[in-house]
Design a protein around this ligand. Structure first.
Ligand code: C2E
Ligand code: CA
Ligand code: CA
Length: 530
């Protein structure tokens, strides 16, 4: 709605409203209000405009008090001809639009379930505190296993819990702190820091205590565990979104550590590097960027190569070689170990079949592949092995799976079932890195393990170390008693091989025999002993 402007005269820094029509009066400007702050401001604007040589100027104008306020877009123009020192003020009423925008903004920044600021609104809160220069911290509270509760009991129960949690956390806050819901199961607390950073710990502790009592919902009583991560705002030019991200990073660590964690930039840098590696590794797995190296395993009594252990190798697009000790943990952490492990089984068996074809029949060696504990948990190993063997046309008795002790600790019943299924396929099962994990004689006896691979930390320097010799003897005795074979890892000198053979160790592997080889070099060894 455009209001035809009235004429306002300016004299000595004051406005005199000469003629006013109804529309102008409705806007809240009339003859009686010429001395208000607003009119003074308007007078200054008009004065500046008249003194300038601009043809027109536009600016927003707010008229009225906080309760009854109208919003206008004001335009000052000069009359086409006529007196100098006179201008036309035009007001366009934007009040309705302003209200719509404001309620839209409120909706956009509020979580509809809890009525708390959502991530956007919480970010705005942080920004407004940042602008004041007041020291502050962000705490992120993550409800552990909330997803599971939602799935088991339904989202209505989940919603009720969230509302109750929000209320309880709010009750634990000080009056100057604020709370927002920044994710499905995450709340953010913005707290002012007046003294030391300990204040944040005290608050985290108070929240933790508040969460401990069971939550009585309409139909259920549930216990909720919450983790808390803290990030302090550093320096004057902070970024709200970054501060939230840092606190979320800390809470992720808090979850695995089981205690409140504070964000540390170094940990973040390492995690970022790991994330970059994860992205590159994912691409390498998808685009055939990995290959396998093959390290011989020898029969210590005859010196013949009886098997090759397949070891993953990754040379990235920049030509940089990464050590499996670096990328396997990243693959395990990210779940990429599942496709990586699947690839290794398929590729190793494909290679073995190729050697068989070159040899015109069974080439005389077996293949050993590493299966990570995480892959054992997440993947259907028996189905994978069965289809890979069938695909390559290799019989199960040519394959050994190397598992670590950690694979067994998790879920012994499931692992027992998997191992039995593997035995049914004829596969051999080796316990890798034996002696470094939580061995329990009880499960060793129960599980169908064929081979113990003695970790190279016991073999290395063994000849000069009575304790190591004693441990190796004990492992060899144990294996014998349980009817298992043994492989000594990390044999770097011939004397070690002789001693281990004399002590009754079945197989040996190490740099003395060969480093992990490329397929051609491995084939040369096979062909040589045929
Ligand atoms: P691992 O299964 O214990 O493999 C043996 C490691 O010892 C290999 O390191 C091998 O190069 C090294 N090694 C062999 N002989 C000697 C020796 O005489 N002296 C010394 N100092 N080291 C020797 P690599 O290839 O770097 O692999 C490291 C680990 O990465 C492996 O340890 C295994 O746990 C993991 N890994 C490698 N490939 C795969 C894979 O395809 N899947 C899974 N799940 N893990 C893999
Ligand atoms: Ca191994
Ligand atoms: Ca090993």
């Amino acid at each position: 709605m455009a209001i035809p402007a009235a004429e306002i005269r300016l004299s000595q820094g004051r406005l005199t409203v000469a003629a006013v029509n109804d529309a102008f009066r409705r806007a809240g400007l009339d003859e009686d209000r010429t001395q208000t702050m607003l009119m003074t401001e308007l007078a200054q604007r008009i004065e500046a405009f008249l003194a300038s040589d601009q043809g027109s100027v536009e600016f927003p104008l707010q008229l009225g008090d906080a309760i009854d306020c109208r919003y206008f877009q004001a335009t000052l123009t000069r009359p086409a001809e006529g007196e100098t020192g006179i201008c036309v003020l035009m007001l366009v009423d934007h009040t309705a639009q302003h209200h719509t925008e404001r309620s839209l903004r409120r909706e956009m920044t509020t979580d509809s379930l809890t009525g708390l600021p959502n991530r956007q609104g919480f970010g705005d809160l942080i920004e407004s505190v940042m602008a004041t220069g007041q020291r502050h911290a962000v705490l992120v509270i993550d409800l552990n296993r909330f997803g599971r509760l939602n799935a088991c009991m339904g989202s209505l129960v989940g919603d009720e819990l969230l509302i109750t949690v929000a209320r309880r956390v709010k009750g634990a806050l000080r009056s100057r702190d604020s709370i927002g819901r920044i994710g499905g199961n995450e709340f953010g607390i913005l707290m002012m820091i007046d003294g030391s950073e300990d204040e944040a710990h005290v608050l985290a502790e108070r929240i933790d205590r508040a969460m401990r009592a069971p939550f009585r919902l309409t139909d259920y009583e549930v216990n909720v565990e919450a983790s808390v991560g803290i990030a302090f705002n550093e320096g004057p030019d902070g970024d709200a979104e970054e501060l939230i991200r840092h606190a979320q990073f800390a809470v992720k660590h808090a979850k695995s550590a089981g205690r409140t964690e504070i964000y540390h930039p170094q940990a973040f840098t390492i995690a970022r590097a790991q994330f970059a590696m994860e992205t590159a590794l994912r691409r390498a797995i998808e685009q055939d960027g990995l290959h396998l190296a093959y390290q011989p395993i020898c029969d210590l009594s005859t010196g013949k190569t009886v098997a090759f252990e397949a070891l993953a190798r990754w040379c990235d697009v920049d030509g940089q070689n990464h050590s499996p000790s670096d990328f396997i943990p990243v693959a395990e952490e990210s779940g990429l170990i599942v496709p990586l492990g699947r690839w290794a089984v398929h590729e190793g068996l494909r290679q073995l079949a190729e050697w068989d074809r070159a040899a015109g029949g069974n080439c005389g060696v077996r293949l050993s592949v590493n299966v990570s504990a995480i892959q054992l948990q997440r993947d259907d190993i028996p189905a994978l092995i069965e289809s890979a063997l069938a695909g390559a046309g290799i019989s199960g008795d040519r394959l050994t799976l190397e598992l670590t002790e950690s694979a067994i600790v998790g879920d012994p019943d499931r692992v027992t079932a998997i191992m039995k299924a593997m035995k049914a396929l004829g596969t051999t099962i080796a316990m890798d890195d034996f002696g470094t994990g939580y061995s329990s004689l009880a499960y060793l006896q129960k599980l169908p393990i064929d081979v113990l691979k003695i970790d190279r930390s016991f073999i290395n320097g063994m000849l000069a170390d009575r304790d190591k010799i004693a441990i190796v003897r004990a492992i060899l005795g144990l294996a014998q008693a349980l009817g298992m074979q043994t492989t000594a890892e990390g044999i770097e000198a011939i004397e070690l091989g002789h001693t281990l053979a004399a002590l009754g160790c079945t197989y040996g592997q190490g740099y003395f025999y060969a480093r992990p080889l490329d397929p051609d070099a491995a084939w040369a060894m096979i062909a040589d002993q045929a």
